[in-house]
Design a binder for this molecule. Structure first.
Ligand SMILES: [Zn+2]
Length: 153
């Protein structure tokens, strides 16, 4: 019941403010939350090049970015490299999606319908892949030694 009252009050406040306005409500209007997933939201996201276009973007992260004046996928791609790794990853994603980053590599493949597709990727320094040791001769000599797994030599 308290949850219902809270939701009901919020809804009434929302509709009251809306009815007192002359112009229709706009996407991203302060105080109006959007789910970001329904058909209406999807359309608005594309129309406004909303941060939700970035693959892996969460509503909470989007809110934080918007508080810092970043509202679009393009603004995220263009801003200087972010210090925290989560934002940095989303930023690289935004750059790849907007075609403003030079990917480290591109893989082409044929999908189920037989259409040729390609995926571009970038390896970030903070990513654990970057911590893998490079290929050395030591690796190949290990296999020739045939050491049984899990036993000490
Ligand atoms: Zn929605």
């Amino acid at each position: 019941m308290p949850v219902f009252r809270e939701r009901r009050d919020r809804f009434l406040a929302l509709t009251d403010t809306h009815r007192s306005r002359l112009e229709p409500i706009e996407w991203g209007a302060p105080g109006v939350t959007a789910c970001g997933r329904c058909d209406y939201c999807k359309e608005q996201v594309r129309l406004h090049r909303d941060l939700l276009m970035v693959a892996g973007m969460r509503i909470t992260r989007r809110k934080k970015l918007m508080e810092n004046g970043i509202f679009t996928i393009d603004a995220l791609a263009q801003m200087p490299d972010a210090a925290d790794s989560v934002t940095r990853r989303l930023q690289e994603q935004a750059r790849l999606q907007t075609g403003t980053a030079t990917p480290d590599g591109t893989v082409t493949y044929t999908d189920k319908t037989g259409a040729a597709k390609s995926i571009s990727y970038s390896v970030l320094e903070s990513n654990s892949l970057a911590r893998l040791p490079g290929r050395t001769r030591e690796t190949s000599s290990l296999t020739s030694r045939e050491t049984p797994c899990g036993r000490t030599r």
